[in-house]
Design a protein around this ligand. Structure first.
Ligand code: GLC
Length: 707
C-alpha cells in the first residue's frame, strides 16, 4: 500500500500529472488512495474486459492451428493545385475502434465509481497475480532472478564468483554502465517441426518468461520506480530552454502553426533542414500533445500538421515521366512566400528532390501513428472520422496492401526510404519499415470506419497483421540460441520442411556478431530476405516493435536485456546508436557507395542520435525498465544543451559532435522533451503505445527434440 502513497505523492508533485490526459487525468491531488487504485485498475481492466467481450463475439483460429501451411533542394514552381504463409478463411476484427474503446471505458467508469469504496476485485486479483508473476517476469529480466538455478547462473565471460563480483562492482562504479551478469535458463518449448532433428540451444533466458499483464505491470512498475531526478534545477532550465527553442521552430501557414523546422542552425548551410519533415515532426507533435494544457500544450499544431500534410498527399507526384502512387506522403514540405502572387505557397518533396530520389515509405506510417496519438490524447474523434482523413488513411494502406508477387508479408523497400535516407544497405525488408507498417496497420484498425469499402480493407488489414507479426517474430528474432541454430544451418534444403527457409549460408554470419551476442538478451535483426540476413542492430525498428507490440512481451524484455548487456556499444557516452556496428573498409565502399557522410561511426553509419531518446524511453516504460531510460537521459543531460542540441554525434562511444551535424536540431530538442515528460509521467505512454493483442497467434520457437 505504501507504494500507492508514494505513487500518488509522486504524481501529485508533478504538474504534468494534474493535467495530462487519459490515466493521469484520474490522478489529481484530491483523490484518495483507494480512488487512485480503483482508477488505475479501471483504466487497465477496461481494456481487459473489452478484450474478453470481443473474444466472446469472435472465434479466432490461431495461425498455428491452421490445417496446413498452404502456404531538396527547393522546387521553383510551387502550386497547391499540384496541388510458410498462412491462409485465412475469414478475417477477424481483432481490434476495437478507439472511439468504442472510449465508450466502453466510460461505461466501466460508472461501474468502477460504484465500487470505489471496495477495493477493486479485478485490480486486486490481477495485481496480486501480476506482482507474483511480475517477480518472475519483470525481475527475471533484471539481474538477480530467484528462478535461475545456481549452477546455470553464469557471468558472461565464464569467470568465477569473485571475478563476477568484481566485474559487477566495476560496472556499477561506472555511471551509466549496467552490471554484466548473464544467465542461462532452462525453458522448455515445443518444436514446431518435430520431424526435424536439429541441434538447437535453449532459448535466451528472457524469452520464455511469462509476461502476462505486460502493459499493466510495466506501467505500474515504471510509475513506482520513478524517483526524483538529481540535478533537477539544472534540468528544469534545460526543459525551459527546450520548450523555447521548440516554439521558435514553428512554421506558420496562413497564420496557423503547421509544423516545426528540422533545424535552426545559424551557421551551417540550410540545404533541406529548413523544411518540416514528417518523421521529425513526430516527437515535436508528441511533445505538444503530452504537455498539459495548463503549461501551454498545443494539440492544435498536430491537427493542423495532419490536415496540411493530408492536403499535400493529394498532389500529383511526378518524378521525370513517372507518377508516384496516390497515397504517398511527402518526406518534407516548406512554406514559401510568393511575392508575385502575394501569397504563401507550399512546396513538398516526395523524394524527387531527396538524395537518391527515394520516396519516404515511413512518412505515411508516421502520419497514421500520429493521427492515432492525437485522437487518443485529445479524444477528438472528429478529425479521424472526417471522410478526407479516412480516405487519406486508405490511400496509404492501399499502397502497401495491394497484391503482387510477394511471398512475404513484409514490405519490399528501396535503400534510403526511411530515417536512414541515404544508401546504407537497408534495401529489401528493413525492420524499421516493417515495424512502422505493423504499427500503422494496428492504428488504422482502430480508426477506420467499416462503411462502404472500409470493411473489406479492415479484413485485409487483419490478415496482414497476423501474417506480419508471425513472420517478424519468427524470422527476424535473434538471440544466442537462434544464432547458434543459424550457425549450424544446413543449406540447399528444399520444400516446406526446410528449417533454413531462406537458404542463409552460415558463413555469411559476420565475425563481430559472435562476440556481440550476449547469453542474456536478443533483438530483431535488420533485414531478412533470400540468402540474406542483415544482422545489424537498428534502434528504431526494435523500439517501434516494442511500442506496437509487434515484439512479444518476452522478446521486448530481451531487447531491453540486450541494451543493458551491450550498454557501451548501443548507448555509449551519448545515446543512441542508430545502427550497430558501423560499416568499415571494403564493406563501407561496397554498401554505401563510398559515402563520405556515412563514414564509419558517423551519421547513419553508427552515429549516435539523441533524437531517438524518446523512443527508447517509451520502450523502457512499456517493458517496466524505466531505470534504463533514466540512465540514458542523464547522459543526454550532461551534454546536449551545452553542445547546442546537435543532430548526431560521431565515434564509437558517440563522444564527438557529428562532423556535419546541424546544431539546434529540432527533433533532438523535442525528443528530449518527450522522454522527460514520459519518465516523469508514465501515464503518457498509451499516447504512443499499443497493448498486445493476445489473439494474434505467436509462432512457437523452433527447438530440437534431441536436446
Ligand atoms: C537527415 C536524416 C533524416 C531527417 C532529416 C531532417 O536527412 O537522415 O532522417 O529526417 O535529416 O532532420
Amino acid at each position: 500500500m505504501s507504494t500507492w502513497i508514494s505513487l500518488r505523492d509522486l504524481l501529485v508533485d508533478t504538474k504534468e500529472a494534474e493535467a495530462a490526459p487519459t490515466l493521469s487525468s484520474t490522478l489529481s491531488a484530491e483523490y484518495s488512495e483507494k480512488e487512485l487504485e480503483a482508477s488505475l485498475g479501471k483504466e487497465v481492466n477496461s481494456a481487459d474486459s473489452l478484450f474478453d467481450l470481443q473474444q466472446k463475439e469472435e472465434c479466432t483460429i490461431p495461425i498455428e492451428e491452421r490445417p496446413s501451411e498452404t502456404m531538396e533542394k527547393e522546387s521553383d514552381e510551387a502550386s497547391e493545385k499540384f496541388s510458410d504463409f498462412m491462409v485465412f478463411e475469414k478475417s477477424k476484427f481483432t481490434e476495437k475502434s478507439l472511439h468504442s474503446q472510449d465508450e466502453n471505458i466510460s461505461k466501466e467508469e460508472e461501474e468502477v465509481s460504484e465500487s470505489l469504496e471496495k477495493p477493486s476485485p479485478s485490480l486486486e486479483t490481477e495485481d496480486v497475480k501480476s506482482t507474483d508473476k511480475g517477480k518472475t517476469s519483470l525481475e527475471s529480466s533484471h539481474r538477480e532472478s530467484p528462478n535461475i538455478p545456481k549452477e546455470i547462473c553464469l557471468d558472461s565471460v565464464g569467470k568465477g564468483e569473485s571475478s563476477k563480483l568484481e566485474e559487477e562492482k566495476e560496472s556499477t562504479d561506472k555511471p551509466g554502465k549496467p552490471k554484466k551478469t548473464a544467465r542461462v535458463q532452462s525453458n522448455e518449448s515445443v518444436s514446431d517441426n518435430a520431424s526435424v532433428v536439429q541441434m538447437s540451444l535453449k532459448p535466451c533466458p528472457s524469452v520464455g518468461s511469462s509476461l502476462e499483464n505486460f502493459e499493466l505491470n510495466s506501467l505500474l512498475h515504471a510509475i513506482r520506480s520513478v524517483d526524483s531526478h538529481p540535478g533537477s534545477a539544472e534540468n528544469g532550465a534545460m526543459m525551459e530552454e527546450a520548450w523555447e527553442r521548440l516554439q521558435k521552430s514553428y512554421v506558420y501557414y496562413k497564420g496557423k502553426p503547421v509544423g516545426t523546422l528540422a533545424a535552426m542552425d545559424p551557421i551551417a548551410e540550410a540545404l533541406n533542414y529548413n523544411q518540416v519533415f514528417i518523421r521529425d515532426f513526430v516527437p515535436s507533435g508528441l511533445a505538444c500533445l503530452m504537455r498539459p494544457a495548463t503549461a501551454g500544450g498545443e494539440p492544435e499544431i498536430v491537427k493542423n500538421f495532419l490536415l496540411k500534410t493530408l492536403h499535400l498527399q493529394g498532389w500529383e507526384k511526378r518524378i521525370d515521366n513517372f507518377t508516384l502512387g496516390e497515397g504517398v506522403m511527402p518526406a518534407s514540405f516548406k512554406v514559401l512566400y510568393d511575392t508575385h502572387r502575394q501569397k504563401e505557397t507550399l512546396v513538398a518533396d516526395f523524394g524527387g528532390s531527396a538524395i537518391g530520389r527515394v520516396a519516404p515509405v515511413d512518412s505515411g506510417f508516421w502520419w497514421i501513428i500520429l493521427l492515432r496519438s492525437y485522437t487518443k490524447c485529445t479524444h477528438d474523434y472528429t478529425l479521424s472520422e472526417m471522410p478526407e482523413v479516412q480516405r487519406g488513411m486508405k490511400l496509404i494502406l492501399n499502397l502497401c496492401l495491394s497484391d503482387g508477387f510477394d511471398t512475404f508479408p513484409t514490405l519490399l523497400c528501396a535503400d534510403g526510404c526511411s530515417m536512414i535516407d541515404r544508401r546504407m544497405g537497408i534495401y529489401g525488408y528493413p525492420i524499421e519499415i516493417q515495424a512502422l507498417f505493423y504499427f500503422a496497420l494496428r492504428c488504422s484498425r482502430q480508426m477506420l470506419k467499416p462503411e462502404r469499402d472500409g470493411k473489406e480493407l479492415i479484413e485485409r488489414i487483419d490478415k496482414r497483421i497476423a501474417a506480419l507479426s508471425f513472420h517478424i517474430q519468427k524470422y527476424y528474432w535473434l538471440d544466442f540460441t537462434q544464432l547458434n541454430n543459424i550457425y549450424r544451418y544446413k543449406t540447399e534444403e528444399y520444400s516446406h520442411t526446410a528449417v533454413n527457409k531462406f537458404n542463409v549460408i552460415p558463413e555469411s554470419i559476420p565475425d563481430w556478431l559472435f562476440d556481440f551476442m550476449p547469453l542474456r538478451g536478443g533483438y530483431l535483426i535488420g533485414n531478412v530476405s533470400p540468402a540474406r540476413m542483415d544482422f545489424r542492430w537498428f534502434l528504431v525498428g526494435n523500439c517501434i516493435a516494442i511500442l506496437s507490440s509487434l515484439a512479444t512481451p518476452a522478446q521486448a524484455s530481451a531487447i531491453m536485456d540486450l541494451i543493458e548487456e551491450r550498454w557501451e556499444d548501443l548507448i555509449g557516452e551519448m545515446p543512441l546508436k542508430i545502427v550497430y556496428p558501423a560499416l568499415e573498409g571494403h564493406e563501407w565502399r561496397i554498401i554505401t557507395g563510398f559515402d563520405p557522410k556515412n563514414t564509419r561511426w558517423s551519421y547513419h553509419n553508427g552515429g549516435s542520435w539523441p533524437a531517438l531518446i524518446w523512443l527508447l524511453t517509451a520502450a523502457c516504460i512499456k517493458t517496466g525498465r524505466p531505470q534504463i531510460a533514466k540512465r540514458a537521459i542523464e547522459l543526454v543531460e550532461h551534454r546536449l544543451s551545452k553542445d547546442g542540441w546537435p543532430e548526431y554525434y560521431d565515434g564509437k562511444a558517440g563522444r564527438y559532435v557529428g562532423k556535419q551535424a546541424r546544431k539546434y536540431q529540432t527533433w533532438s530538442i523535442s525528443g528530449y522533451l518527450v522522454a522527460k515528460m514520459m519518465i516523469e509521467n508514465p501515464a503518457n505512454l498509451p499516447i504512443i503505445s499499443l497493448e498486445e493483442d493476445k489473439r494474434i497467434a505467436k509462432p512457437k520457437l523452433t527447438r530440437s527434440i534431441s536436446f
